[in-house]
Design a protein around this ligand. Structure first.
Ligand SMILES: Cc1cc2nc3c(=O)[nH]c(=O)nc-3n(C[C@H](O)[C@H](O)[C@H](O)COP(=O)(O)O)c2cc1C
Length: 187
């Protein structure tokens, strides 16, 4: 049977991002659970803050065209997002806004149509970014992505990885496995 393909990305471009570390850990869990995981860094897909005038003048940035293509080629997503004042980050919002735009005779929402996702958050705080979870679920749902039940939060994230980047919060790792296996079953 063909392996299910999962695209994994975090809503932070920060070099030392704990959400990027969680995305990498989630990719490993997805691979161990039998999926093919591609972990990307949104820093490699830069785009100006969305402005319709810019799209009308210059079209969709090449970086976003590449990202949309990648998204379309995968069956599902794992989206890991920091909580900024309870919300998703400007980076994730901007990237998803650009990715929702179509051009020429392209099918609408080609990057999102029929996709399933698992959602996660990491924070240095005690609540693990839990307040972003419903916002992230809604954002993806509005784009046509079905988010599987459950979610992962990683509190005290600065202490949650060892020097090799391994997730050493056993409860979060076990929860991530459950949610990722659930995602894979739906693909
Ligand atoms: C503008 C801003 C707002 C933030 N708001 C929250 C918040 O609401 N809850 C929280 O737990 N952490 C909040 N933080 C702290 C982030 O969780 C922390 O900077 C985290 O390391 C960001 O994720 P990253 O390491 O993946 O970049 C905020 C940080 C910034 C810059």
């Amino acid at each position: 049977m063909k392996e299910k393909k999962i695209l994994v990305f975090a809503g932070s471009a920060r070099a030392a991002s704990v959400n990027k570390k969680l995305a990498i850990a989630a990719s490993k869990i997805a691979e161990e659970s039998g999926a093919e995981a591609t972990c990307i860094d949104l820093a490699d897909f830069p785009a100006d803050i969305y402005n319709g005038d810019e799209q009308a003048e210059k079209g969709i940035p090449d970086s976003i065209r590449k990202l949309k293509q990648l998204m379309a080629e995968h069956d599902g997503f794992i989206v890991v997002c920091p909580e900024y004042n309870g919300h998703i980050t400007p980076l994730l919002c901007n990237t998803l806004s650009w990715a929702s735009r179509s051009e020429n005779d392209e099918k609408t929402m080609i990057a999102f149509a029929g996709k399933k996702a698992a959602i996660m958050a990491a924070s240095p705080g005690k609540l693990g970014g839990v307040r972003v979870i419903p916002r992230l679920r809604d954002t993806l749902a509005e784009l046509g992505v079905m988010v599987v039940p459950g979610f992962v939060t990683l509190p005290n994230a600065m202490q949650a990885f060892d020097e090799t980047g391994t997730l050493i919060n056993d409860a979060a790792a076990a929860n991530a496995k459950t949610v990722i296996e659930r995602l894979i079953q739906t693909l």
